[in-house]
Write a protein that binds this ligand. Structure first.
Ligand SMILES: O=C(O)CCC(=O)N[C@@H](CCC(=O)O)C(=O)O
Ligand SMILES: [Zn+2]
Length: 344
């Protein structure tokens, strides 16, 4: 029913926003032979007639108010459908939470990025975000496993941060359970304009951890700047990211040149502070940026009776959010690290 318009405009984002919870699956083929599968609202798969060795997932709108990544993916999808961009690899685009895009909020009832890796099925709670997490897991599973084994898999889950950041663009490298971090992934991120990477040290319920753990994909949460409403993003700040994502999906391989460890700022997570009490607060202002460092002994957070003090000199704050649900992460702290033998 919606196909003729989608074929003409390529505007899968509007179609998604007009159908917050469901869109009947449809398939069509572009003049260049690429098969387009609309799998659900916000979920569209492209399969070139003769495809290369990479299976690539690009997700945005896991948080609906993080608009710049949505705009980047919208532009890429339109360029593919209008045959301005010819794909070399299989690609799955996901707009995670359509209703939260429409209301301009991080989520509707529950933070979607805390529901992956099976968490959506725990605790006897039912809501649209839990159903969506289960469905998105299934689309990604099908995408990665419906082709021959041994192919290259990656998933970049694109976000923007609530606060400003001293390092404007940064990526979260999910916990790899002892497997080595990849220099080639740091190089890819650098080409996207992202020179800062945080290494997680524990399991998570995020979309990127799900793809990393379940499918051994090179998967990252990528923070591209600060949250802004539609129309207020300076898209020139995302040009490098869009160009590199475009190259990823339309070229056999991207050449990066030599690896220089001095090009990167790497951090490891020092600890995660969860909000356990109603009475939770930070001593610093709303304008304190991600990566602000604290002196050893300085107050970082107050959770009821518990006062968290910086344990090491320069312990830096990431994603402080006093309004998270009880039991959820209210703050990450990080400390610098170097490229060493644990990188291949
Ligand atoms: O700025 C913030 O407080 C949150 C930005 C954001 O959505 N970050 C992701 C990070 C996911 C990860 O740890 O890989 C999130 O909190 O879900
Ligand atoms: Zn986000």
């Amino acid at each position: 029913m919606y196909l003729e318009e989608l074929k003409t405009t390529g505007d899968f984002l509007t179609l998604t926003r007009n159908n917050e919870f469901y869109l009947p699956p449809e398939r069509f083929t572009l003049g260049n032979g690429t098969v387009v599968d609309v799998l659900d609202t916000g979920v569209i798969q492209f399969t070139p007639s003769s495809y290369g060795h990479k299976d690539i997932v690009l997700s945005s709108a896991v948080h609906g108010n993080e608009t710049a990544p949505i705009e980047i993916c919208d532009e890429l999808i339109q360029a593919i459908i209008k045959e301005e961009l010819l794909l070399k690899h299989r690609v799955l685009f996901i707009f995670g939470n359509p209703k939260s895009i429409n209301i301009g909020e991080r989520f509707v009832e529950e933070n979607l990025n805390r529901l992956f890796n099976g968490t959506h099925a725990q605790g006897g709670v039912e809501n649209e975000e839990r159903k969506r997490a289960a469905n998105l897991e299934q689309y990604v599973r099908e995408f990665f496993t419906s082709v021959e084994q041994g192919r290259y898999r990656c998933h970049y889950d694109l976000h923007t941060a609530i606060r400003g950041s001293k390092n404007e663009k940064f990526a979260v490298y999910p916990f790899l359970h002892g497997k080595p971090w990849k220099k080639s992934q740091l190089q890819f991120l650098l080409a996207c304009g992202v020179n800062t990477v945080l290494m997680m040290r524990t399991e998570a319920t995020t979309f990127s951890y799900f793809s990393s753990k379940q499918f051994d994909a090179d998967a990252f949460t990528v923070e591209l700047g600060q949250v802004k409403p539609f129309g207020e993003n300076d898209m020139s700040r995302f040009a490098k990211t869009k160009q590199t994502l475009s190259a990823l999906i339309s070229q056999d391989n991207i050449g990066f040149g030599d690896f220089n460890s001095s090009d990167y700022e790497l951090f490891q997570v020092h600890r995660t502070i969860n909000r356990t009490q109603q009475d939770f607060s930070f001593p610093f202002s709303e304008s304190a940026e991600n990566f602000t460092g604290f002196a050893k002994g300085e107050l970082l957070a107050v959770d009821g009776e518990t006062r968290y003090l910086a344990e090491v000199e320069g312990e830096a704050i990431i994603f402080p959010n006093a309004n998270v649900a009880l039991g959820q992460r209210a703050l990450l702290t990080v400390i610098p690290m170097e490229v060493d033998e644990k990188f291949v």
